[in-house]
Ligand binder design. Structure first.
Ligand code: DX5
Ligand code: ZN
Length: 218
């Protein structure tokens, strides 16, 4: 099944409940971008908002941790979210962190910055549920999609297929109706979409259109 997780980083935070409502029928989950101002040059939000979102909706909450030392906070994230993805570049003991995320009852993911090769995943792949390939440099919504992503998605799909792993392959950053088909053909099965939904004049219509496009692939 192909999934779309809207990223609320692109939403209007003064209107967050309404923004979530506008996509909740079509969305397969909500993507939460947690930035620490150290690993990436931006700050976003933390537990007070995540807890409020958890109390507001039953949907799958997909946390993307763009932060150093995520291990300090895993228990707290696990109280609210269904899935935790950490950055390959931000942690030293990735296997230990992935095991801890699983022990806490969450899906576990690893994310790669645009310059980080897929080959670095070879040993960790059997332990993760998902790999999130950054198709922009992490930090901001609304950036230009990087074409180098297509090849990385293909390489990951081939690596997973060869070993028989059912890894969820996620693309995050600059995803739109213009590149989603090619990304799917390369092997991606989950799409994080921020600006193309929330910066459009009608987010509800924008996600409906994206869903219609991906449903035509299957
Ligand atoms: C960027 C974030 C993304 C971002 C995607 O660092 O990880 O989730 O919100 O948003 P768009 O679709 O606007 O590029
Ligand atoms: Zn993200």
């Amino acid at each position: 099944m192909i999934k779309i997780y809207p990223s609320i980083l692109a939403a209007n935070f003064m209107n967050l409940a309404k923004e979530i409502d506008s996509v909740s029928k079509e969305a397969d989950g909500i993507h939460l971008d947690i930035m620490d101002g150290v690993f990436v040059p931006n700050l976003t939000f933390g537990f007070p908002l995540i807890e409020s979102i958890r109390n507001y909706t039953d949907t799958y909450l997909d946390a993307h941790l763009m932060m150093i030392d995520p291990d300090k906070y895993l228990e707290r994230f696990a109280k609210y979210v269904s899935s935790i993805t950490v950055h390959f570049e931000a942690v030293t003991h990735l296997h230990r962190i992935i095991s801890k995320i699983k022990d806490l009852g969450c899906d576990a993911g690893v994310s790669l910055n645009p310059h980080t090769p897929i080959s670095f995943l070879e040993e960790i792949l059997p332990f993760v549920d998902k790999v999130l390939i950054m198709s922009v440099n992490p930090g901001f919504t609304g950036q230009q999609f990087l074409d180098l992503t297509f090849d990385k998605v293909r390489k990951l799909r081939d690596m997973a297929q060869k070993k028989g792993y059912k890894t969820e392959i996620i693309v995050d950053g600059g995803v739109s109706v213009n590149n989603i088909k090619k990304l799917y053909d390369c092997g991606a099965n989950t799409f994080i979409v921020g600006a193309s939904i929330f910066h459009s004049s009608n987010p509800s219509l924008a996600i409906k259109e994206l869903k219609k496009v991906v449903e035509s692939f299957e």
